[in-house]
Design a protein. Structure first.
Lengths: 331, 315
């Protein structure tokens, strides 16, 4: 049985003069201990997906329809009390900027002990011992002294380790990491990712990694979703998506990587910008930026089709693939 | 990864406070230092009044009407045992001022504590919950603010005085004053706290607290409130000064402390009747004490606002 199963999730935002759709019929599954990457440009709906999974959307956002089954229970219909038990305890979340995620006026120890005591019947001393063990697990040197320190006394990398330790405090089944290394410098990014991977593998914890870094996705995850304007346009095994993407948008993303370009050449970026949620084009939302777009793309929203190991939402997949094959034959 | 050794002797709370940004700016600001010294002197003298004061002004046995209206010692015709002279009933003015200042400070601080309790609770709830409840509470605050504090207090105190009679009223005057000044000014706190909460609520540590499954009450009290303290400190100083003035005004109007237990305000008021007969000191000296007290509290508040307001601080 899968750990998490999302079906036709639609999230809307009630704005002053209209209601915009931020997520449109998202469906995916996550097995126990599986690592899933969600990629896409800013505004594609990645973070909103993360927040919806915990039912944490705040006004004006709301879940319009769909099901989010976590361990067989629908998160959308949970009572507040069940939700509080779910959050932190069974599902944890790591945010982008470690500089602002910790409460600046509480010591690390206070924050960790409070979290433990809020969810379990533990004495202060027992909670402290668990906190120390968890800090050791994320390779924090001399954890006893860190417990007495305030967040501003620690470096960014150290803080992100502590945030990971807090996320792991209650041994959750699933960690949602929303761009966990974007605010850190490059050398520390690799450390943190390695740590996260190691912890997820050794504890059999599921991971949803939200990022726009395809390199990170390829190292960290087994499966990948590609999102565009609130829809999943391609999903499948990470290796296939990176090596042989089918959707023109995913192809564009991968071609835009600096590694794909000879030094001195211009980067092959996808022309144009992602549309705002209020002005999503008709048909396939990507058509104004797509060089293969046809009249069909402009008028009709593409269905998700199974293509090889990938699920792709594009009218032109088959034709494109055929063209590609022909070119290969010619070469 | 190598184990780094951190020295275990973390500085004491006091030395951390002294060396903090606030401690530094305090030492660099002579106005703040002088104000603090003056305030502490007044506060100590007031709260140690029973020890310092040579006479007990509340004890009728101590008072001799024959001693009334002696001038302070630097004026001709003074008695050496009455340093600041005596009032119209023959009480030693110095002792009476000490006791009166104690009352004024007590009422000021307790009234502000009540204001803070009401205002912070309402502000936190309004800011955190938002929506209809927020609008409702803030409109209540607006309505409350559209009556002047003094007007509300005068009506309330006059009615209670008439209801309970002078004797009962005089016995519980302190409580009534604290209650009325406390209730009349809560919107000041509620508005400030609400504004800060609205800003703090959007920060990620609040999201992460929600992600960890904390309930709204815990998030409000333990996470948002400690992060909203600096504006609360600033308005608290100003509000203490305001409350002292309100109390003095009410007492001056005869709606506050009775002449048998005078606060600074009622002392000024009782001396006012004699100002034209030459006994200026009964009004002037408590007046000076009141002005100095309110001034130093306001100066301290100004300094604190400068330090705690990051916009001024960086500019």
């Amino acid at each position: 049985m899968s750990l998490l199963s999302v079906r036709d999730l639609t999230v809307k935002f009630a704005m002053r003069d209209q209601t915009v759709t931020a997520l449109n019929g998202i469906s995916f599954d996550l097995a126990k201990g599986e690592r899933l990457g969600i990629v896409g440009e800013s505004g594609a709906g990645k973070s909103i997906t993360g927040f919806s999974l915990m039912n944490l959307l705040s006004r004006p956002g709301y879940i319009d329809s769909g099901k989010i089954e976590f361990e067989g229970e629908d998160v959308v219909k949970m009572s507040d009390k069940r939700l509080r038990d779910l959050r932190g305890n069974r599902m944890a979340m790591i945010f982008q900027d470690p500089m602002v995620t910790l409460n600046p006026v509480l010591t690390i120890g206070q924050q960790m002990i409070e979290t433990l005591m809020a969810h379990r019947k533990l004495s202060r001393e027992e909670a402290r011992q668990i906190a120390i063990v968890k800090l050791r697990e994320v390779y924090i040197p001399s954890p006893e002294e860190r417990l007495e320190q305030y967040p501003h006394e620690l470096s960014g990398g150290m803080r992100q380790r502590i945030i990971i330790a807090i996320a792991l405090l209650l041994d959750p089944q699933l960690i949602i990491a929303d761009e966990p290394t974007t605010a850190l410098d490059v050398t520390i990014q690799a450390d943190i990712m390695e740590l996260l991977l190691e912890l997820c593998q050794s504890n059999q914890v599921g991971l949803i990694l939200i990022t726009h870094d395809l390199g990170v996705v390829s190292q960290m995850t087994e499966r990948t979703l590609v999102m565009y304007a609130g829809r999943i346009i391609e999903q499948g095994r990470t290796r296939e998506i990176i090596n042989d993407p089918q959707h023109p948008y995913t192809q564009g993303l991968i071609n835009a990587l600096p590694q794909q370009t000879v030094p001195g050449q211009r980067l092959k970026q996808i022309p144009g910008n992602m549309p705002g949620l209020a002005s999503i084009p008709t048909g396939c939302a990507f058509h104004p930026r797509c060089k293969y777009a046809t009249d069909l793309c402009r008028s009709q929203i593409p269905e998700v089709v199974q293509y090889g190991d990938l699920k792709v939402a594009c009218h032109e997949v088959q034709r494109l693939q055929a063209d590609e094959d022909r070119q290969e034959v010619r070469a | 990864m190598s184990e780094t050794v951190i020295p275990n002797d973390r500085p004491s709370r006091w030395s951390r406070m002294w060396n903090s940004n606030m401690g530094y700016s305090f030492r660099r600001n002579p106005v703040a230092v002088v104000s603090m010294i003056v305030f502490l002197m007044i506060a100590f003298a007031a709260f140690l009044a029973p020890v310092i004061a040579p006479y007990d002004p509340y004890d009728p046995a101590n008072i001799d009407i024959m001693n009334s209206e002696y001038p302070p010692i630097w004026v001709d015709g003074a008695l050496p045992e009455f340093m600041l002279g005596t009032d119209d009933q023959g009480r030693d003015l110095w002792s009476t001022i000490l006791y009166g200042t104690r009352l004024s400070l007590l009422i000021g601080i307790c009234a502000v504590a009540l204001q803070a309790f009401l205002g912070i609770s309402i502000g936190l709830i309004a800011g955190y919950v938002g929506g209809r409840l927020d609008s409702l509470l803030m409109r209540l605050a607006d309505i409350q603010l559209s009556f002047s504090t003094l007007m509300v207090a005068i009506i309330f105190l006059a009615v209670t005085q008439a209801m309970f009679g002078s004797d009962t009223f005089n016995r519980y005057a302190v409580v009534f004053l604290i209650a009325v000044i406390g209730v009349a000014e809560w919107p000041q706190y509620a508005r400030t706290v609400r504004a800060t909460v609205l800003a703090e609520k959007k920060k990620e540590y609040v999201d992460s607290a929600r992600v960890l499954g904390f309930g709204p009450l815990r998030i409000m009290v333990r996470h948002i409130l400690p992060n909203s303290l600096s504006p609360i400190f600033v308005i608290s100083t100003v509000q203490v000064a305001n409350a002292i003035i309100s109390e003095a005004s009410l007492s001056f109007l005869g709606l506050g402390m009775p002449p048998s237990q005078p606060s600074l305000g009622s002392l000024i008021s009782s001396g006012f009747d004699y100002i034209f007969s030459g006994s200026w000191w009964i009004t002037a000296i408590p007046g000076v004490v009141l002005v100095v007290l309110v001034l130093v509290i306001n100066l301290l508040g100004d300094w604190m606002r400068d330090v705690l307001n990051p916009k001024l601080y960086k500019g």
